[in-house]
Design a protein around this ligand. Structure first.
Ligand code: FAD
Length: 278
């Protein structure tokens, strides 16, 4: 019997320029060698990148690979969400990552949805079981949550509203992930929770991102990265070791797959998967 492949999925963001579109096409071809379960494309709240999301999703589908659209609801009306769901269905998309999203500054707070759980419930009420719905999970707690308990309840609410599975925010501390999964299980939330993996390619970019999304970079990793200064070769080599080790711990500890935040680059994701034998 052929052993089942350990599932890997890969995330992209929609490029903003024709050069970016071409570069991502090449990157995708390289990453398809990993035979991803699906490739997903992020979605900008407030309309900033939504056309780019749909055209990138179309391109992936045309390449014969399952494509997943992220879909955020903050600032949106029910009518607009209904229209966009219809477009995605016509395109042949059958899996979504349903999110609240964050509005870019200057967009105010309007819109008819407050939380991702409202969006999940709306998608289910409008489209039944047409879509497999993924939601976001935060092993280190979402930065706006009142407490870890209330964030876990918010996660449970998304599953009770109809989500099938989840992808986590990235993290470098596997204990946070395992504890989160255990705590969800203890309150009866048993959907697959796939860890989101952020390869480390640049120290300053990682620090910037992590500060805004609330992902913790453990002190020992931060210090080592700082000590490399501008030595990008050492940063990359260290990053590959750290992230491969993290993935190995997650896989051997029972994680149901790995979701790579590729940042539209192929090298680090490919190398980590090669080291993992995937
Ligand atoms: P929610 O689950 O709604 O949670 C948001 C906050 O509200 C949390 O603090 C939660 O604890 C709290 N909350 C939820 N329900 C309640 C309630 N009933 N009462 C009180 N508090 C509540 N952003 C994008 O713009 N585009 C993307 O494509 C995108 N893709 C992502 C993919 C993944 C896998 C992840 C992990 C994040 C992604 N994000 C994306 C970022 C995400 O939009 C932000 O983290 C956003 O701030 C929260 O979205 P959410 O869906 O997790 O929100």
């Amino acid at each position: 019997m052929t052993p089942t492949r350990f599932p890997v999925s890969i995330e992209f963001f929609p490029p903003k320029t024709p050069e970016g579109v071409e570069k991502l096409r090449v990157v995708r071809q390289q990453l398809y060698a990993l035979k991803p379960e699906f490739c997903s494309v992020t979605f900008g709240a407030g309309g900033s990148t939504q056309e780019g999301t749909f055209s990138t999703v179309s391109a992936i589908l045309a390449e014969g690979v399952p494509a997943v659209s992220h879909f955020s609801c903050i600032g949106a009306t029910r009518e607009r969400v209904r229209e966009q769901l219809a477009i995605l269905k016509t395109m042949g998309v059958n899996r979504l990552v349903a999110l609240r999203g964050d509005l870019p500054s200057g967009y105010g707070t309007g819109g008819e949805f407050h939380y991702a759980s409202d969006l999940v419930a709306f998608i289910r009420s409008e489209t039944g079981d047409d879509f497999h719905i993924e939601v976001a999970a935060y092993p280190e707690t979402h930065p706006q949550a009142k407490s870890p308990e209330s964030d876990l309840k918010a996660f449970a609410a998304k599953v009770h509203a109809g989500a099938n599975s989840a992808i986590t925010q990235y993290f470098y501390n596997p204990d946070a992930y395992f504890r989160f999964v255990e705590e969800a299980d203890a309150i009866g939330v048993q959907v697959p929770v796939v860890p989101g993996i952020m390869p480390i390619a640049s120290s300053s970019q990682l620090m910037r991102f992590s500060d805004t999304c609330g992902a913790e970079i453990p002190r020992w990793i931060r210090l080592r990265l700082q000590s490399f200064g501008d030595d990008t070769a050492s940063i990359k080599a260290f990053g590959l070791d750290v992230v491969t080790d993290l993935c190995e711990q997650l896989r051997s500890g029972g994680a149901p797959g790995l979701h790579f935040y590729s940042m539209n680059q192929s090298v680090a994701t490919m190398e980590i998967c090669r080291r993992l034998g995937l």
